[in-house]
Design a protein around this ligand. Structure first.
Ligand code: ZN
Length: 153
């Protein structure tokens, strides 16, 4: 069975950056299962898997445009510390999720001053070329429930 729309695909993957550092991997864990064609993977990776079959191995490099986009300096903002009410200690590197009109966004704390905090709304992998090594371990039809939900179960 080939990878195409409305199939549930299981993959083992290793993601490395340009420097060859492993950013994420499924090795040692359960494979990642996703519903193909539902926008659950980054577009470039989904495109590379299209038409492949169980047992296939692919290596694909994705420019930022096909992955998490270029960095946008306008997404770096200074906000008052009071915006973090209820959080005892704010430190650089901390990440928060925010719901925005454009969808879920990851905010990373860059710098902390006495009254203000610098936050970066860029995706942590924005501006990076991503190298995926992927092995397809299963391809099956999605159930009606999975199609209705828009994700694999
Ligand atoms: Zn569901």
């Amino acid at each position: 069975m080939q990878v195409s729309e409305n199939k549930v695909v299981s993959i083992h993957y290793t993601l490395t950056n340009d420097a060859g550092e492993v950013i994420d991997t499924s090795v040692g864990r359960a494979p990642l299962s996703y519903l193909h064609g539902a926008g659950n993977l980054i577009p470039g990776l989904e495109k590379a898997l299209e038409g492949k079959a169980c047992g296939d191995h692919i290596d694909v490099s994705l420019a930022p445009e096909e992955a998490y986009g270029q960095r946008d300096e306008a997404l770096i903002q200074v906000v008052p510390k009071s915006a973090f009410e209820g959080i005892e200690e704010i430190e650089p590197g901390m990440q928060f999720q925010a719901q925005t009109p454009a969808g879920r966004q990851i905010l990373t704390v860059v710098e902390v001053y006495e009254d203000e905090v610098v936050i970066d709304g860029n995706h942590p992998l924005a501006g990076e070329t991503l190298h995926f090594s992927v092995e397809i371990t299963e391809v099956r039809e999605a159930t009606e429930e999975e199609l209705a939900h828009g994700h694999a179960h």
